[in-house]
Every structure is written in C-alpha cells, then in structure tokens.
Design a protein. Sequence first.
Length: 353
Amino acid sequence: MNKKLISKKKPVYPISKELTNYLIKNGRNIKIPICYDDLLRYQGAVSIFDKNGDDTLWLSTYFSGNDQEEIELGLKKIYTILHADGNDSTLPFISVDSIDYCTFGNTKPFRIKIRNILNDNYTFYYLKRADASRVYGLELEHLLSPNHIDFLVFKDTIIEDHISGIPCDVFIEDHLNRCSLQDKKALSKEFVKFNERCFVRLLGDMRAYNYVVVLTHDFDRIQYRLRAIDFDQQSFEGNVKVYKPQYLKENNTFVEMSLELLQKGSIDQYEKEERSLLAKRAISSDYRLKNLLNCMRKDKVSTLEKTNQLKGDLFKLTGDLNFKKASNMGEVLKSALDFIIRNYKTENPYIIK
C-alpha cells in the first residue's frame, strides 16, 4: 500500500528568495563556518551496526589530517551558534566525537556527536542538504505543534538540533509489550492526536521510523508524546491518506491497539481536542504563520497533478469551496488551517467575537 501512496523519490526544492527573507526576519538564517558540501570531502567510512548486528545505513566517516582539524573546528562553532551565542570561549571544552553519514533518505544527513569534555555529557545535531519542503515542515512544526524546533539555514545547508525519543518502530518491537494497559491507552490517545495533527497541517509519510515516542516521568505515571522527526514530505503528495499515519502499514500495531482500547466517542473527542489546540496555536502565531504561508503560496513544493488530487480529496471531505480554488500546495494548506480556525470559532461559545 505504501508504494502506491508515497512517491519513491521526492525532488529537492530550492529555498526561494521569499523564504530566505522570512528565515532572516525570524532568526533562522545565519552564517556558518562549515556547509553540507564540506562534509562530503570525507576520505573514508565504516558501516555502523546496531546491537543485533544489523546495518543501520549510517556510515562513520573520517577525513584526512588537515581536513579533520578544520572540519571539527567548524562543527564545534556551529554547535555554539545553535545552542549558545556563538562565542568561541566554550570551544576548548567541547569535542567532536563522531561524524556519521546516512545513506538513506532524501536529505542524506550528517549526524554530529558533540561531547562536553568536562562532564562527559554529549548531544547530537544534524547537517542536511537544504530543501524547501523540509524548511516549511520544520517551521510549521514549531508554530503548530506542542514541540519547540531548533534549526538554522545557510545557503544549501540545514542545521537541525537532535529530537530525543525512541523511534516508534523500535518502541513497538522492544517496549510496547512491557507497557501496562493504562500506558497502552495513553499511547493510543497520543496516536489519535498525532494522526489528526499530521493530517490538518499536511505532514506526510509518518511511517513508524519517521517519528519518535517521548517518555516523561510524572509523579505517578509516565506521560507519552509522539513527535515527528522527518519533515521532507510536507505538503508534497496528492493522496490525502499519506497525511494520516493510520493508513501506513508500519503503524498497524498502533491503529489496532487504538481501535481495541478506545471507544469511538473517545477517538472523536481526542480528534476534536487536537483540532482545537492546533487552531489556538495558529491564532496565537497569526502574524508569523501568515508570513510563512504567503511564502509557501508563492513557492513550488509539489506538482500540479498532486495539488489537484489533494485539493479534490479535501473538498470531498469538507465541502469547503476554498480547496477547489487553491492553485498550489501553499493555498491548499492555508485553506485547511482556515477551515479548522473557522470551525473552532464557530463551535466555541466562549470566543469573544
């Protein structure tokens, strides 16, 4: 089924002048000392295997002597730009432990492991080839989800902070069976809300390895949240089912669990709650969101064929004529957000009009 829903290869769309100006205005565009192409100069690489001996599709890279020193210094400076004020005073206290390259995916990322040599703590960040779809996806996640997203763009390079969590496919295989009934109900609730959030904001291809399970220990329970980690398929595909994780076979375990443990009334309630929360976030970030959507409406992030298919599907679902009038994916997304905002304002009797 996935092969029919999702294109084998999505093209990389360039960052437009309008989007660049938006990023500059909102502090997302900044000069960096090392770009994505610089890391492609690696001299050799070794495959990385997981604890079961399976190939992870990541390569541990190494550089020639002169390049290694230059690359590592640049990567440490990027870390200080991303996490602090870019001041060089912290450089002596951090080191680059590894530079890994992923052979899978559209953006072919480099994963950088940074270690604090004083306390041995470490963190990751990523360098990826810039793609307008991904930039829109990251910024929409920041504005419309409950998650804060740190990323920077410079020319053809995206720098992204690591999103912590257990990849959902790993969680399903290694952890789900050990969860209590109450935990499974909580996970089912989160999947329903995550499913609705992806659909409304048109984030596609949320197969189990493209989002993570985040565990937070409360005083009497564990709270669960599902977070997207891949944003390449923002408003690209034409089939409306691509934007609902429930239709992707890799999520069948969560779908079956949700249908078994949650009553239809609860599912409807959670979907409505998520639409209301998303509408509130859209309203609270009104000016910035409008500027982003204006950029997207002038941009090309999909094909005319896919746009026509998606707006037709959404018109059938909602009956909203604004979908029929949309001429590109930016306008389709704007119509979707306008639709839930109108419904939220109409249905909420406490809104001051």
